[in-house]
Design a protein around this ligand. Structure first.
Ligand code: ADP
Length: 190
């Protein structure tokens, strides 16, 4: 099994690129953001707890997302691997992922990091808000908090994965097709 991490700030285009990647490389796409939004839509207890945090631009507790990831690893078969989108988002989550994979005698295959400058994050999310109507995209102060959370809690993962030789960056500025081609070139080399 291959375990890829799709990394990048909010609005970098992870979800968009993930669809093409899972199809080409026969991967199961696990987006913690999407999983959490389905829990909210279904009105589960977990969803109710996550809703306020997400709509404030904060992270949900590590244990919650770790449990979701492990449940997927346990249940999904018939794929060549997994594409983790939006997970890990903290050092603690990255360590939990390593432990989870170790128990399965597996390891992270590669990290694909889509990089865009901060000023573009706000612009892209404002645009997405008009299309997708996500509650956490609607308010500028919430998006600003997500950007802050990214820098504080998630960006340190770059150094974490750089220590391994599995971290690779692609420039996320360009058309969807251009970025996809950059990602495919990188993935083909894994
Ligand atoms: P984006 O990449 O645009 O920020 P996501 O759909 O990945 O959006 O995530 C939306 C929200 O869901 C996050 O702002 C956060 O509140 C929550 N979330 C998603 N993944 C995680 C995670 N791994 N750990 C904690 N919270 C998460």
């Amino acid at each position: 099994m291959k375990y890829f991490i799709l990394f990048g700030p909010p609005g970098a285009g992870k979800g968009t690129q993930a669809s093409a990647m899972v199809e080409k490389y026969r991967l199961c796409h696990i987006s913690t953001g999407e999983l959490l939004r389905s829990e909210i839509a279904a009105g589960t207890e977990l969803g109710q707890q996550a809703k306020a945090l997400i709509e404030a631009g904060c992270l949900v507790p590590d244990e919650v997302v770790e449990g979701m990831i492990e449940a997927k690893f346990d249940s999904v078969k018939d794929v060549d691997g997994f594409l983790l989108d939006g997970f890990p988002r903290t050092i603690a989550q990255a360590e939990a992922l390593d432990a989870m994979l170790k128990r399965r005698s597996e390891a992270v295959t590669g990290v694909v990091s889509i990089m865009i400058p901060d000023e573009m994050i706000m612009e892209r999310i404002k645009h997405r808000a008009t299309i997708e109507g996500r509650a956490d995209d609607a308010r500028e102060e919430v998006v600003a908090n997500r950007i802050r959370t990214y820098h504080e809690k998630t960006e340190p993962l770059i150094a974490f994965y750089r220590q391994t030789d599995r971290y690779h960056e692609v420039d996320g500025v360009g058309t969807i097709d251009e970025v996809r081609e950059r990602i495919f070139t990188l993935m083909d080399a894994f």
